[in-house]
Design a protein around this ligand. Structure first.
Ligand code: SAM
Length: 292
């Protein structure tokens, strides 16, 4: 490509992603804040606002890690945070309860809400759990941490009202498999794909993805490319002594499908009402879809 990216095999990608997140886990939050200037917080607020959580909701945040990192190159820029999305969902629901909204649910809401944070990397999950403790959420029964792969989720069919993935889908080896796990999977019987089997979202469930995306406006694009390819790897080296991980993250952003192509992949997985919203001129985009 014009950026001279190295081609990487699927196996190399999985290994690289594992290494990157293991290397950066401890400094994920710091790097996220440094690189995004704190903007990742506003983007996650917007994601959760769009989700519109409600008491009693069963929600799955995939690649939730510490809730802050969202690295993947974009994360570097974005400064995410492990567990950030899950914490916001919980806070939003608790605020409703405090305001006395959704009174009719009040009785079973206390026990009904379940927010699962699923991440493939135990180091990232541990950072998230630590962050939850720092927020005084260690006894919070609604928050459940699960080690697992977005491509083969351990959750039951039809079990979730919402699915979010923030700065995570870029790191998944087979994006289509992750989308199918959110929506629908075909069972394989004697070599044939048949018998659709419902996957984790229930009907009416929302899929929302926050991801570093593509900037088109010419001058802004040049500035952004300079920032991504020259400044981010340098800061990665300076702050955490790991230039390669941040170089990988930046390249992974550029390899990720454009907003329109990713929207068509979501629609191909079966989702309806697929839309996206660009933030900061496309530095990040929020894609959404509805399972009907
Ligand atoms: N969502 C958090 C945020 O916004 O700050 C963390 C995002 S972090 C940049 C990306 C996360 O994706 C890492 O914690 C990594 O372990 C996780 N990840 C990568 N591949 C995954 C997969 N196949 N299944 C689940 N998680 C995965």
């Amino acid at each position: 490509t014009s950026f001279g990216f190295k081609e990487v095999s699927e196996e190399e990608k999985s290994k690289m992603v594992g290494n990157v997140f293991t290397n950066v886990a401890a400094n994920y939050d710091l790097m996220n804040d440094l690189m995004s200037g704190g903007l990742h917080r506003l983007w996650k607020d917007r994601l959760v606002e769009e989700l519109n959580p409600f008491p009693g909701m069963k929600h799955l945040d995939v690649a939730g890690g510490t809730g802050h990192l969202s690295c993947s190159g974009a994360a570097i820029i974005v400064n995410c945070g492990l567990g950030d999305v899950a914490f916001r969902v919980l806070e939003s629901i608790n605020k409703m309860k405090r305001r006395g909204l959704h009174d009719e649910y009040e009785n079973n809401l206390q026990n009904g809400t379940e927010i699962y944070v699923c991440d493939i990397n135990p180091n990232m999950l541990n950072v998230g759990k630590k962050r939850a403790m720092e927020r005084g959420l260690e006894g919070e029964k609604s928050l459940i941490w699960v080690e697992g792969d977005a491509e083969a989720l351990k959750f039951e069919d039809n079990s979730m009202d919402g699915y979010t993935i923030a700065f995570g889908i870029r790191n998944v080896t087979h994006i289509e498999k992750a989308l199918a796990e959110a929506y629908r999977q075909m069972l394989r019987i004697q070599g044939f794909h048949c018998f659709p089997c419902i996957r984790v979202l229930r009907r009416g469930g929302r899929f929302l993805c926050l991801e570093l995306s593509h900037v088109e406006a010419p001058i802004f694009k040049q500035l952004y490319d300079y920032y991504s390819f020259s400044i981010i790897p340098y800061v990665g080296e300076l702050v955490v002594g790991d230039r390669d991980s941040y170089q990988y993250l930046v390249e992974s952003i550029r390899r990720f499908p454009s907003q329109d192509v990713f929207a068509s992949m979501i629609a191909e997985a079966g989702f309806q009402k697929v839309e996206y919203e660009n933030l900061v001129g496309g530095v990040v985009a929020i894609h959404s879809g509805l399972k009907i």
